[in-house]
Design a protein around this ligand. Structure first.
Ligand SMILES: [Zn+2]
Length: 142
């Protein structure tokens, strides 16, 4: 099941064909490691790529309640969320270093699980704490 969903992610990434060094996959990294499934892709991109995507007309600003209430910038297309920054609470991700230190899996850059866990800790919902446990167990065994 997880493998199958990973194939979906892989197909989508091949279609997106974003330039190397300009992005890192955030949501989806647990799936890439075979930890659990994901329903869509969240991709953190450089300001440069964000601008390009915004101007391409193929994405629209997300108008969900959370984005509207917090003025969060996020571009959406079919099953893909594009983020210009990655931060919540006390976690402030540095895009450049997250890209540089990404785990390369099948040629695609995924955020380091340790970083993802730090972010999830700030989100702090039961689902996030569950994910942190899954990540910690995974890292212990791999
Ligand atoms: Zn939104």
């Amino acid at each position: 099941m997880i493998l199958l969903l990973y194939m979906d992610i892989y197909k989508k990434l091949a279609l997106l064909n974003f330039p190397k060094g300009e992005y890192v996959i955030v949501g989806g990294s647990m799936t890439a490691h075979g930890i659990r499934e994901a329903h869509d892709l969240d991709i953190l991109v450089t300001p440069n790529l964000y601008k390009t995507l915004l101007n391409s007309g193929e994405y629209r600003q997300c108008t969900c309640e959370q984005c509207m209430q917090t003025s969060r910038l996020m571009l959406k297309s079919d099953g893909v969320d594009i983020l210009p920054n990655f931060m919540f609470g006390n976690y402030i991700g540095d895009t450049k270093s997250l890209i540089e230190n990404a785990d390369i899996i099948d040629d695609y850059p995924f955020i380091k699980l340790e970083e993802f866990a730090k972010f999830k800790k700030e989100l702090g919902k039961p689902k996030d704490l569950e994910d942190i446990l899954l990540i910690e167990n995974y890292l212990k065994n791999n």
